[in-house]
Design a protein around this ligand. Structure first.
Ligand code: GLA
Length: 386
């Protein structure tokens, strides 16, 4: 944790001019290892929760509002509790917190007037799920110890993001923040909201590389992909009536009928259907300690995102193409929603230093930017910090 609980408490007191003893909640970001955009297609994903997390120091207060402060932006905003149920989006960072608060109230949770001090070390706009970390940490802070089923919290946070923030995301990020496991990846079934642990082989380092680029069209292109998948489902019903999502179509059936689909839905469906299969193959390779196969699947997944789902960017493709030519790198792929953000790399720890040096030099030369590197150890799920 980049900041200590004591520091958070003292910053809380300073900002809110309060002498209350705040509780501190932590919710991690995630890096996804396999299964991209498969979550809203009811498919499988295989992420790890990160050590990087969003922290909120929260205490009940004497006013009648939620006062929320973002340490990163140095801004404080206030929302009267009485009006939260009918709050309108502000189109800024507060929407993640108010969107969650609004749904909690609508679900019958009586919110207490409170002060919330937010400090996140999940880099924003990098594909490591800073939004879900904020939503989950806000929900635990606002529940303030009242029990709620973790699956319900994940669904509530996802709904807040899709209905209030306006990003029609799947459940992977929120679920991972609430169910991630120290020391293992999790394979999530996004249809029935269950997961199993996937231990990663020893002697393998997972390194995320931040391209420092986030393209503006990310959110509208995401919605467009959601719509294109729905289109693919409706075309595929001609061959397999009764399917609810792309999850229901096997690679074999898809290959038999793909020539009859229109070109764009065909490509999108091909990515989703093969990526769901790759999650199972990846988990099997991890169990067999087959790092080469894991790396091969990484590269196949990247090409599928690059050519079929069309969600990569020049910077990201360059980072992947450079990485996979290097000694000690088993595989590389983009991670997260796309159009910039991070790549994730499977690296032999003996080569981790060379990896960072060479990628930095090459990326600076080609794109004039300095990438950031994150060593991704599987971290624990969201909880109160004692
Ligand atoms: C974003 C969304 C997730 C998921 C990924 C892509 O992170 O929030 O639900 O769709 O993109 O896999």
């Amino acid at each position: 944790m980049a900041v200590t609980p004591r520091e958070l408490e003292s910053e809380f007191r300073q900002i809110f001019k309060s002498c209350a003893q705040p509780a501190i909640y932590r919710a991690p970001g995630r890096v996804n290892l396999m299964g991209e955009h498969t979550d809203y297609n009811q498919g499988l994903v295989c992420p790890i929760a990160l050590e990087m997390a969003c922290y909120i120091a929260v205490a009940p207060a004497q006013h009648d509002a939620l006062r929320i402060h973002s340490a990163e932006l140095g801004e404080t905003r206030e929302f009267p509790i009485a009006k939260i149920a009918d709050a309108e989006p502000q189109r800024n960072w507060t929407d993640y917190v108010v969107g969650v608060a609004r749904l909690l109230v609508r679900n019958g949770v009586a919110l207490t007037p409170s002060d919330l001090y937010i400090h996140s070390d999940v880099p924003r706009g990098s594909g490591l799920s800073s939004s879900a970390a904020l939503e989950v940490s806000a929900s635990l802070s606002l529940l303030a110890g009242r029990p709620m089923d973790r699956r319900e919290i994940a669904q509530l946070c996802r709904r807040a993001e899709s209905e209030f923030v306006g990003m029609p995301c799947g459940i992977m990020d929120q679920y991972t923040s609430l169910f991630g496991t120290e020391g293992a990846a999790i394979q999530i079934d996004c249809r029935n909201l269950t997961h199993i642990e996937v231990k990663l082989p020893a002697g393998l380092q997972v390194i995320a590389v931040n391209s420092m680029v986030k393209h503006e069209l990310a959110s509208s292109a995401y919605s467009q992909r959601v719509a294109e998948c729905a289109q693919a489902v409706s075309e595929l019903r001609a061959f397999q009536p009764g399917i609810a999502s792309l999850r229901d179509v096997s690679v074999k059936v898809f290959e038999e009928v793909q020539d009859s689909l229109s070109p764009v839905p065909r490509k999108r469906a091909r990515h989703i259907i093969t990526d769901i299969a790759r999650v199972l193959d990846f988990a099997a390779a991890a169990r067999a300690n087959d790092v080469r196969e894991m790396g091969r699947l990484f590269i196949a997944a990247h090409r599928s995102m690059q050519y079929d789902y069309e969600i990569t960017s020049d910077e990201i493709d360059f980072l992947v193409d450079t990485a996979i030519k290097m000694k000690g790198v088993y595989g590389a792929r983009m991670t997260g929603g796309g159009f910039g953000g991070c790549t994730v790399n499977l690296v032999d720890p003996n080569f981790a230093e060379d990896f960072a040096e060479q990628i930095t030099a090459a990326y600076r030369k080609r794109h004039g930017k300095t990438p950031l590197f994150y060593d991704c150890q599987p971290g624990a799920s969201a909880s109160r910090v004692k």
